[in-house]
Write a protein that binds this ligand. Sequence first.
Ligand code: URA
Length: 231
Amino acid sequence: MSAAQRLQEIRNEVSTCQRCPLAKGRLNAVPGEGPAQVEIMFIGEAPGFHENKQGKPFVGQAGQFLDELLKAAGLDRSQVYITNVVKCRPPNNRDPLPEELAACQTFLDEQISLLQPTVIVTLGRISMVKFVDAGRISAIHGKTHKVNGQKVVTMYHPAAALHQPALRQTLLEDFARLKKFIGIKAVGAPESSLPEPGQEPEPKPSPSVEPLTPIHAEPEDSTPSEQLSLF
Ligand code: URA
């Protein structure tokens, strides 16, 4: 079975999934969408009101800004895969619960292994902590990490700029820097030969044997008052 076929199967499985109570409240599950051959995979938090209605990721206001951000990176939706860590809408857009994250985990992990993206871009804190569990998003936004061999860029969530307009420019600049990851697969160039302007030092890879498990360290922003999913 090809990657594209299996990705479609996962979409079907997600759309009828009953692994957690979020299934009962949904109108539509949102498995994610995009071609099977991508360089960049974006992972958000969970569907919101509009996504639940339409069954597609990032179609509300945050999604409109995501389209602008993709443009800043020289991309459009047809070139990327967009999904979320949780595939059904949590009530009132609350943060996903650990059991909801756990229920969806195998869907996301298989999507990642089928796509084998050059880079995963996390959107917001909830998807960030799947990969990088150390540091505030305000300190590590736009940075590249290597997590068990997988490049991961940790971005603010696009909705953060809707609440804090000052973050709009920050997000646009962080996304513009994704250009360095485009063309690597097509050209087959070794990544080390590509210029990486302003490249940050990468943290040491996690000693964990499981692929794509986070670098475990207590995040500085784990106090309840700062559990804002968008930042
Ligand atoms: N926010 C997310 O994290 N994901 C969506 O799909 C929409 C809004």
